[in-house]
Design a protein around this ligand. Structure first.
Ligand code: DLL
Length: 425
């Protein structure tokens, strides 16, 4: 269901809207945020030079470090009394990234989330069980407000308390579950342990995001719960969930809501834009944010942009499913490996559960990597044989490859799953 006509707008009208909004944003940040004024001056760019989105490459990037260095509010562009809400996302190191929302920003967020849920196949009157965490994390309130805006019935379960969640899904007949992909699997697994067939639950759709996952992982989820699993992407720095989403019609790439967020994909090393269809780092510019506008924000997320029209009729460009971040790359004794490659290999085995962990360490100044996988419930496979076969499909030879019993890898009930443990520091 198309929620707003702008989703199917003519590309040239959309472009005009983007240009107009970009000019306003650039002017506003130059006037209101000393950080941006200094950056633009330093790069020799006058706001008047930026007339269209084609002029974006003249502007400097904004990074996660910039947010941390200007903690807590150095990038805010409005007076305190205009700020209606604050969210924050904590990284693994340093200060959290604090973001703010004006009334207008909250309206935009509700709108893009309602659009996203509609694209995912959620309809007014559906019951949306929201298992994203409430609080500083943007997942909970983002889904909550968007669900209500669309006209769904929202059950604000938040993360955790999984037995209760399953009971609610059954008794309140939830049509849709919003949660991370890893939690989705945990949910299905817990249902089974309670003697409930997860495929028999009323759920028809799960809207998954906040963590990278591979196509193989999505297939596992769809099979475990007998649902459509729809990918939703976003980040606190730009708004939260609702920057882009797959449409249920095609499930082939995520439509970026380009009337609010302008996407570029750049070579992470040179910072140069790469042509459509080529992989690189996603860079986003907010076109309507008031509280904390973002100019050319380096997301760190690796993706590809596609310009081909989509069968659903939406004209907003699509980005690839994000399976990892540019800085996820693990270099172990000169061999490059992405966690998503390990995930693909692990999930190509029916005898292995969709859970794994990677441990990095250093011995005598040499890096080591150990991979732990888990046998699937009910399999009678021989762990030694699984280990041997797995070794053959991995792109590197780990120093340890452990095959543990079902349930042997710790699950994440609340928050984002952690799969890579780096003990080298
Ligand atoms: O994770 C917002 C969100 C909530 C998105 C719920 C989707 C659903 P942050 O906590 O700021 O915000 O983390 C943002 O999470 O830069 C990506 O690295 C990762 N991420 C988010 N969505 C996806 C996705 C929320 N669909 C960071 N696929 C982003 C892969 C994702 N990675």
């Amino acid at each position: 269901m198309v929620y707003d006509d702008v989703e199917v707008a003519d590309r040239s009208d959309l472009r005009d809207l983007q240009n107009e909004r970009l000019r306003e944003t650039v002017r506003r940040v130059y006037d209101n945020v000393p950080f941006y004024r200094e950056r633009f001056d330093g790069a020799g760019v006058d706001p008047a030079d930026v007339e269209t989105v084609e002029d974006l490459p003249q502007l400097p990037f904004t990074t996660k470090e910039d947010l941390r260095e200007t903690y807590p509010d150095g990038l805010f562009a409005v007076e305190d009394d205009e700020i209606r809400r604050i969210h924050a996302s904590s990284g693994t190191t340093g200060k959290p990234k604090v973001v703010c929302y004006t009334d207008g920003d909250l309206d935009v967020w509700r709108e893009v989330m309602a659009r996203s849920l509609a694209a995912a196949g959620v309809e007014p009157g559906d019951t949306l069980q929201n298992a994203y965490g409430y609080g500083l994390f943007t997942g909970g309130l983002g889904f909550h407000d968007g669900g209500e805006e669309l006209g769904a019935t929202v059950i604000p379960t938040g993360g955790g308390n999984t037995q209760r969640q399953i009971e609610f899904a059954q008794d309140l007949e939830s049509d849709v579950l919003g949660c991370t992909p890893s939690y989705c699997l945990y949910f299905a697994e817990t249902a089974e342990q309670q003697g409930i067939d997860p495929r028999e639950l009323p759920l028809e759709t799960v809207v998954i995001g906040a963590e990278p996952f591979t196509d193989e992982m999505r297939e596992e989820i769809e099979a475990a719960l007998d649902v459509d699993a729809i990918d939703i992407y976003g980040l606190s720095e730009l708004i939260g969930p609702g920057v882009s989403v797959e449409c249920v019609e095609a499930k082939d790439g995520l439509h970026v809501w380009e009337d609010h967020f302008y996407p570029e994909v750049v070579d992470p090393d040179t910072g140069e834009q790469v042509p459509p269809g080529e992989e690189g780092e996603l860079v986003l510019t907010s076109l309507t944010k008031e509280g904390i506008p973002m100019i050319r924000y380096r997301t760190g997320d690796v993706t590809t942009l596609y310009e081909e029209p989509c069968e659903c009729g939406r004209t907003h460009r699509r980005m690839d499913n994000v399976t990892g971040r540019a800085d996820d790359l693990l270099v172990v004794r000169g061999v490059n490996v992405y966690p998503s490659q390990v995930e693909e290999a692990v999930l190509s085995f029916d005898e292995v559960a969709p859970h794994y962990r990677i441990d990095l360490d250093r011995e005598d100044s040499l890096d080591t990597i150990e991979i732990t996988v888990e046998l699937a419930e009910g399999t009678d496979a021989d762990p030694d044989e699984v280990r041997e076969r797995l070794e053959n499909v991995l792109s590197l030879t780990p120093d340890g490859l452990h095959v543990v019993d079902p349930g042997g890898i710790e699950r994440t009930e609340v928050g984002k799953v952690k799969r890579v443990y780096d003990h080298r520091e």
